[in-house]
Design a protein around this ligand. Structure first.
Ligand code: DLL
Length: 434
């Protein structure tokens, strides 16, 4: 029974496509009959559920975007009665009301399944003791990971986010072998452990299951070297299901999408045109098994590419490249396009710099200015001004060379940039206030 669950990752592609087509047709019928929003949207686009004869026909159907969920807040896009919904989660956007998502009993089963498959990809077994430091509550991270871990049968410690001292006590005393958290919070744990006089590499912790925010390969290397663990990337979003949409395997060469539930496409974000395999573009998902909230062609805004070649681990499931940017987090500074993750990659290549930074944008008249505030190690901070200045210059020149922007570099004291127990805040845009 348990083995069957994991065998789904190795299904042959023809069998998978046939399954996807059947499920997609059923879902299109269901939303057309049950969700007035979709009936109107399909009618307006001049398509009927029966027009889907092959998977490629999906491109004729309209997209769903975040504002559609907002406009039908809170339950307007649900395809079942609320009496069948057993759980609600919500994701807090930067502005206004949250996005509300719902799950039937079957949806919770699917979610537990895709999370169990996630942990199996990472090599978590019944023998593991897993500290779950994703937030429990309306955020999908905590409960999503929890149900998957129980399904695997390992020992779960439901810590939730925050309470850093207690997290460190539990890592040590309870013998956690793996931890789930945002990558930025784990970096914070590494530092706090050092302050408390121990190294995470001296504990039993061997694996980190990190996601919910972008993090670079440089950040992965740092975390692995400093904590003596293997760091895995997991991806998901509330609107699709939560975590459990895709996961690294032990080969770490892209995250496998659980395609028998979530059908991916890559589009050109400007035109909406579907791009061929391997192209970089915006990721779009159609949920082909969900009951309460099956969204059609949901635009994630996350930029990635898809690789269909079989993976070294033997899984046939398509892999998505690490998500380093969103089509909507691009900053335009003096005409130069910049994604915060580009700065992260540059900073982490410099010795003496810590993985804590904040990009501060200001406007002086018509001119935008970028300040990069970054923490340095205690050694650098207590060093001579000369050493600090030379480090500042190196970072400045590297950003200028690679991105073409002249930024003000401010080296700040270790611990002075605000830490978060969840997603890190990397940009402070003061331009909007003026
Ligand atoms: O962050 C779900 C999740 C929880 C994923 C725990 C992984 C682990 P939301 O709060 O709805 O859901 O935020 C979704 O976060 O569209 C991406 O922009 C970003 N994101 C999530 N995982 C990754 C990742 C959860 N591994 C949004 N790398 C998504 C980069 C990620 N960005």
């Amino acid at each position: 029974m348990r083995e069957d669950l994991y065998l789904k990752d190795f299904i042959d592609r023809d069998g998978l496509c046939a399954l996807q087509l059947r499920r997609m047709r059923e879902t299109l019928q269901r939303v057309y009959q049950r969700v007035p929003f979709y009936q109107a949207a399909f009618d307006q686009a001049g398509v009927k559920p029966d027009d889907l004869r092959t998977l490629a026909d999906l491109r004729h159907f309209p997209f769903t975007v975040k504002t559609d969920l907002r406009d039908h807040y809170p339950y307007g896009l649900f395809a079942t009665d609320l009496s069948e919904v057993v759980r609600i989660h919500a994701s807090s956007g930067t502005t206004g009301k949250p996005i509300v998502v719902g799950y039937t009993r079957e949806d919770i089963d699917i979610w537990s399944e895709v999370m169990a498959r996630t942990f199996h990809c990472i090599g978590i077994t019944r023998e593991d003791v897993v500290q779950n430091a994703y937030g429990y509550g309306l955020f999908t991270g905590g409960l999503g990971a929890h149900y998957g871990l129980e399904r695997v049968g390992c020992t779960v410690i439901p810590m939730s986010g925050g309470q850093t001292e207690k997290q460190l006590m539990v890592i040590r005393d309870f013998g956690a072998t793996a931890i789930c958290s945002t990558p930025s919070y784990f970096v914070h744990l590494i530092e706090e452990a050092a302050k408390a006089g121990f190294a995470i590499s001296d504990t039993k912790l061997r694996k980190g299951i990190f996601g919910a925010e972008p993090w670079s390969e440089e950040m992965r290397r740092r975390i692995q070297a400093e904590a003596g663990i293997s760091a895995f990337d997991i991806y998901g979003l509330s609107e699709v299901i939560g975590p459990g949409v895709s996961s690294d395997c032990e080969a770490k060469c892209g995250m496998h999408i659980f395609e028998d539930h979530f059908y991916p496409e890559i589009i050109n974000p400007a035109t909406g045109e579907v791009l061929p395999p391997g192209s970089e573009g915006e990721l779009v998902f159609t949920m082909i098994t969900k009951r309460a909230l099956p969204l059609i062609r949901y635009r994630t805004r996350d930029i990635t590419s898809l690789q269909y070649e079989k993976c070294a681990c033997g899984r046939t499931l398509v892999r998505m490249a690490k998500v380093m940017r969103r089509s909507d987090d691009m900053l335009i500074i003096r005409g130069v396009n910049l994604f915060p993750s580009q700065i992260e990659s540059i900073l982490l290549e410099v010795e003496g710099v810590q993985p804590h930074y904040l990009l501060v944008l200001t406007r002086e008249g018509a001119m935008d200015d970028l300040e990069v505030r970054v923490e340095v190690t205690p050694e650098v901070f207590s060093d001579a001004i000369r050493v600090m200045e030379s480090l500042q210059r190196r970072i400045h020149d590297r950003i200028k060379q690679l991105i073409g922007l002249s930024a003000k570099i401010t080296l700040v004291e270790p611990g002075s940039i605000e830490r978060s127990a969840g997603k890190a805040k990397r940009v402070l845009d003061n331009r909007k206030l003026k």
